[in-house]
Design a protein around this ligand. Structure first.
Ligand code: HEC
Ligand code: HEC
Ligand code: HEC
Ligand code: HEC
Ligand code: HEC
Length: 193
């Protein structure tokens, strides 16, 4: 009997530990504040978006249209680099990628876990600017994750901006105008489904 109990207790603690590890693994996906990986080509936002003031949307064409902002293909780079700095070894890497028909393997910096839904266009089209979430990208020689990208971070901004989400199953007999939850977007299903 004592042995059985011991085994049950052990299994529970092992399961508990595995659960902890899983949650830990999930946490690490999005929560990489300060992450600043090396990139295959020394592309600089400071030179392009800063010094030369190329608009963010010129390259990240999806940001006002849907979920993903998108990373520009090598063709976009060549719009300018057929003429600019053609002898630079870094620019030659872009040409090579095009000639070999291979995409440039940029290292992803920001990444939310799959169970969280984020859509750029919902934000960009309502006046939240890129820098509110990504920091001063136009000063960065190499992209760095400026903000934590945690659930608390999302909700803090929603609270600050006073976003209230109507109830999911409104009871029509009530006065709906008084029935918005002052939750700053704390409606689980908006971000998890
Ligand atoms: C000339 C094209 C170009 C312009 C203009 C540009 N970007 Fe980028 N951006 C890139 C490329 C290429 C990458 C991938 C390499 C890297 O991370 O540096 C990238 C990466 C990023 C990333 C990181 C993506 C990830 O992996 O998580 C963010 C955020 C970003 N850009 C935001 C911006 C913002 C904000 C602006 C305007 C201030 C801007 N970009 C202007 C080309 C551009
Ligand atoms: C409200 C916050 C917020 C704003 C505003 C925002 N982003 Fe993002 N961005 C994020 C988050 C969160 C991710 C990670 C998304 C994921 O992993 O699904 C991300 C990822 C990215 C990525 C890499 C993945 C992708 O979606 O292609 C790029 C590039 C990017 N953002 C560029 C931009 C640009 C350019 C702007 C402005 C036009 C912008 N972002 C505005 C929060 C924001
Ligand atoms: C709208 C024009 C334009 C586009 C598009 C563009 N660039 Fe540039 N790029 C420039 C300018 C201007 C410079 C600065 C040239 C100088 O210093 O004289 C530059 C400089 C560079 C440099 C530095 C080269 C060196 O050795 O000094 C790299 C690397 C680079 N770009 C990569 C890229 C990549 C990768 C893309 C595509 C994601 C891209 N560029 C898209 C205009 C552009
Ligand atoms: C505004 C968007 C948003 C809303 C609303 C939201 N979440 Fe999240 N949630 C996230 C993001 C982004 C993550 C991933 C980053 C992280 O783990 O903090 C996350 C992570 C989680 C996790 C992973 C465990 C953890 O602590 O990291 C759980 C569980 C969770 N959310 C439950 C909920 C529940 C329950 C609600 C409703 C009361 C809710 N979320 C509402 C955005 C949201
Ligand atoms: C800097 C401020 C800011 C941050 C950070 C932010 N949001 Fe938002 N979010 C907004 C604003 C403003 C709106 C309202 C857009 C509108 O008026 O339609 C919004 C709307 C939304 C909506 C649509 C809500 C609805 O009722 O239709 C979702 C979903 C959402 N955000 C998810 C996220 C997630 C997930 C994150 C974190 C990864 C996040 N947001 C981070 C400002 C922010």
């Amino acid at each position: 009997m004592a042995k059985k109990l011991f085994i049950v207790a052990m299994s529970l603690s092992v399961l508990g530990y595995l659960g902890y590890q899983l949650v830990g693994a999930a946490r690490n996906v999005g929560v990489n504040q300060g992450y600043e990986p090396d990139q295959p080509i020394a592309y600089s936002h400071k030179i392009h978006a800063g010094d030369n003031q190329i608009p963010c949307l010129y390259c990240h064409t999806g940001a006002d249209k849907g979920r993903h902002a998108g990373i520009p293909s090598a063709n976009i780079c060549m719009n300018c680099h057929v003429k600019i700095k053609t002898e630079s070894p870094e620019i030659k890497k872009i040409k090579e990628a095009l000639e070999q028909n291979k995409p440039i393997e940029w290292v992803k910096v920001h990444r939310l876990p799959d169970f969280a839904y984020f859509n750029h266009s919902q934000h960009v089209n309502s006046g939240v600017i890129c820098q509110d979430c990504h920091g001063p990208i136009q000063t960065m020689t190499r992209v760095r994750q400026e903000n934590p990208l945690t659930m608390g971070w999302c909700i803090n901004c929603h609270r600050a901006k006073g976003i209230a989400t109507p109830p999911e199953h409104p009871d029509v007999s009530r006065d709906l105008s008084k029935d918005t939850k002052p939750i700053g977007g704390l409606d689980c299903a908006k971000c998890h489904y």
